[in-house]
Design a protein around this ligand. Structure first.
Ligand SMILES: CC1=C(/C=C/C(C)=C/C=C/C(C)=C/C=O)C(C)(C)CCC1
Ligand SMILES: [Fe+2]
Length: 374
């Protein structure tokens, strides 16, 4: 969908691209790239890189840094305000903007209906079959976080990305890093999180299959092979010049995330990743389709663009926090952080299904992700 021209991204073919270009004929595609680097690139690389170096140093020196139990919950708790919940709270405006239109009542109604139907159905599944709903949630996040990273790779340049098979493989690799790699190193902690989701619904909290060693070994070897194969395919396509540099960034990110999720305890790692990696990348995407945020970025920089998107996200973030607080009070949940985290994640799960539908629709409208052509 994007041809490379003089090192900038050409988005002419797409609905959003056409609108973007007509709004800013002076090089909007390059702005998409710098927005993704400034908002979705450097902050994520610094935080995830810093934590990985720290974790590697303590592991290598055998030094044990006791992380107090409550601290493990901090990033996930922070995601209520720090980019996590807010990144989805712009869904009512995002599809219209991705299509190069103004959000009208019709758009709002359509997004509301998607949330009501899919969110409602998925809530039902949690009540009827919590174990199946839990497995589905991990699979859904696997796809969605992979989809988010594929979009970012394209925004960075992405000329090493191939056709559909390579794109699907890239989604599987990028989504599997946060969803599968923690299981390989920390099965017990992984299982505790899944058990707590199921326990919320009173079911027998026993996801014993999570910690079974044989499938874990097979999954690990399979996923490592998929990672290497996907990177090799990208390397072959990348040729020389900027393509090779883009491939190098992809490979470095992939390696970094492998190390991060192998070294940092999962609750902490997934919480940090959700806030500064996935959510910030999506916010960079949102800012890129919103003329006001893009203008703010061009004039005053990344923080200004973030504040504008934050303003759009504020009302529905507040509604979501009120809803989850209401549910917690209504069911009289205890204040054990494990239970609160489980409730928060199930709440996120219910919001994530419609959110994924919206983002997948945006991919189609913009001709990106699996919908992208080479
Ligand atoms: C916390 C945690 C887990 C799952 C988290 C999930 C599934 C989060 C999903 C968040 C979403 C979808 C946000 C919206 O984009 C695991 C990997 C089971 C175990 C380790 C700790
Ligand atoms: Fe998302």
């Amino acid at each position: 969908m994007r041809d490379r021209m003089d090192g900038s991204i050409q988005r002419g073919q797409t609905a959003a691209g056409a609108a973007t270009e007509s709004r800013r004929p002076d090089g909007a595609p390059a702005t998409t790239r710098s927005l993704m680097l400034a908002v979705g690139g450097w902050p994520a690389w610094s935080v995830v890189g810093g934590l990985t170096v720290l974790a590697a140093a303590t592991t290598a020196t055998g030094l044990s840094v006791p992380v107090p139990t409550w601290a493990r919950y901090v990033p996930l708790a922070a995601s209520l305000l720090v980019f996590g919940l807010p990144h989805g709270a712009v869904d009512h405006l995002a599809p219209a903007r991705a299509a190069g239109e103004r959000p009208t009542l019709r758009w709002l109604g359509a997004v509301g209906a998607v949330y009501l139907v899919l969110g409602g159905a998925y809530t039902g599944l949690w009540v009827i079959a919590p174990a199946a709903a839990a497995v589905f949630f991990v699979g859904l996040t696997w796809f969605h976080w992979g989809q988010g990273d594929l979009y970012a790779l394209e925004a960075f340049g992405g000329s090493h990305l191939g056709g559909r098979a390579h794109r699907v493989a890239t989604i599987l690799v990028r989504g599997g890093l946060p969803m599968l790699v923690p299981l390989l190193r920390f099965p017990e902690r992984y299982r505790a999180v899944v058990d707590a989701w199921i326990a919320l619904f009173g079911g027998g909290a026993d996801a014993a299959w999570v910690t079974a060693p044989a499938p874990r070994f097979t999954l690990g070897v399979g996923f490592a092979t998929l990672t290497i194969g996907t990177l090799l395919a990208g390397w072959r396509r990348s040729g020389g010049g900027t393509g090779r540099a883009e491939w190098r960034r992809d490979a470095a990110e992939t390696g970094l995330l492998w190390a991060f999720f192998l070294l940092v305890p999962p609750l902490l790692a997934v919480g940090v990743y959700f806030c500064v990696w996935h959510s910030l990348r999506h916010i960079a995407r949102l800012a890129g389709v919103d003329p006001a945020s893009t203008a703010a970025f061009e004039k005053r920089g990344a923080l200004s663009a973030l504040l504008r998107t934050g303003r759009d996200a504020a009302p529905l973030t507040a509604v979501s926090i009120a809803m989850i607080t209401g549910v917690a009070l209504f069911v009289g949940i205890d204040t054990d952080p494990r239970t609160l985290t489980a409730l928060y994640l199930v709440f996120i799960a219910v919001l994530t299904l419609p959110h994924v539908a919206i983002v997948t629709w945006m991919d189609g409208a913009e001709g990106t992700g699996v919908s992208g052509k080479q």
